[in-house]
Design a protein around this ligand. Structure first.
Ligand code: 5GP
Ligand code: MN
Length: 338
């Protein structure tokens, strides 16, 4: 975003506006953290502001301040559609293409509002008049912090806003360990702690609230872990039955894919999760180093994301998807061994 655009946007935000903020479908900590942080900030400035999420999100995000105000498009379609249609400004956070908003794609495509995108995904679409896209950023939450800096309003960051931003940076960086974590990320985090984010408590609320069933499901996932040694690749699969047997709830498989990458020598990890209701296999991909899973997801699984973290889906059944995966991984054997 140029300084001229910042000045224009700053001007727009001086008068109360009808604003809608949208995270991507199946929002994660970064999507919900960034939308809620911006929501608190804009509300305090006097705007008529609403967060409209395409659908529900995991329990471990349901303690965040302001979470109870989130409107779920899936459940309150009429009200949410009206808010989108009447909005003067729509902020889309943590995604780069309307198709990532799931059920909201059509409504968003038709809305007359001015769009503001804040995002860190590769290959952003061009629907937004104001675009703050930085694919090197650790998280959208870090970008929202920098957005407040650009507006010269970091003094407006309350403990609630600091908490929401902290959780997104924390979850998208794997607790500050991925290469996207820079010294600037740590400076942002330090300031968020100074502004009231209770770091130890946030970690506990997010990571130490597992159900017994989720831990048992993790056991099943680890048992299903397969290693393709020649390709430095590991993958996990979970069938619908295995999910049902452990009373699967949204978010229960979050982070499971990373266990594949924790095996010594593995640079590429995948998880295949059967979704009978949608009749698809949902896929998460992770890598270390130069192996680009964004490209891999785009090429083979109708997906996308970042170089080291991406996702996609398959219309084949679980066994066929895995067989297909094993076949295409072999084509990348050289890259995976370099
Ligand atoms: P996760 O595997 O944790 O769901 O997602 C990892 C990254 O890939 C996130 O940045 C997410 O937004 C992106 N991603 C996940 N699934 C899809 C998908 O189906 N399509 C696209 N374009 N991106 C995805
Ligand atoms: Mn993100």
């Amino acid at each position: 975003m140029t300084s001229k655009e910042i000045t224009t946007l700053k001007g727009l935000l001086e008068e109360p506006k009808k604003i809608v903020i949208v995270p991507h479908k199946n929002p994660d900590g970064d999507a919900i953290g960034s939308t809620l942080a911006l929501h608190h900030f804009l509300k305090a400035k006097g705007h008529d502001c609403h967060v409209v999420s395409p659908n529900d999100y995991p329990e471990f995000l349901k303690w965040l301040p302001g979470e109870e105000e989130v409107i779920k498009f899936e459940n309150e379609t009429e009200k949410a559609t009206q808010l989108v249609n009447e909005a003067e400004l729509i902020f889309t956070l943590d995604f780069n293409h309307f198709s990532r908003s799931g059920l909201m794609e059509e409504v968003l495509s038709k809305a007359s509002a001015t769009y503001v995108m804040i995002d860190h995904h590769q290959q952003p679409d061009d629907y937004a008049k104001f675009m703050y896209s930085d694919i090197s950023a650790s998280s959208t939450c870090q970008l929202v912090y920098h957005f407040f800096e650009k507006l010269e309003e970091t003094d407006k960051i309350t403990p609630e806003i600091a908490t929401c931003l902290y959780i997104g940076v924390m979850t998208d960086t794997g607790s500050f360990r991925f290469p996207s974590t820079t010294s600037i990320t740590h400076r942002v985090i330090a300031d968020l702690i100074d502004k009231g984010a209770e770091n130890a408590l946030i970690h506990q609320q997010t990571f130490d609230t597992n159900s017994y069933e989720r831990m048992q499901l993790l056991g099943v996932a680890l048992n299903n872990l397969k290693v393709l040694k020649d390709c430095n690749t590991a993958y996990i699969s979970l069938s619908q039955k295995e999910l049902d047997d452990h009373k699967f709830k949204k978010g229960d498989t979050e982070g499971f894919v990373n266990y594949g990458l924790s095996v010594k020598g593995i640079v590429f990890a995948a998880i295949f999760i059967e979704h009978k209701a949608e009749n698809i296999i949902k896929i998460s991909l992770r890598s270390k180093g130069d192996f680009d899973v964004n490209q891999f997801a785009r090429k083979y699984f109708d997906g996308g994301g970042h170089i080291n973290a991406a996702g996609g889906k398959s219309d084949k059944n679980l066994q066929e998807t895995i067989a297909y995966f094993e076949e295409i991984v072999k084509k990348h054997q050289k890259e995976l061994n370099s």
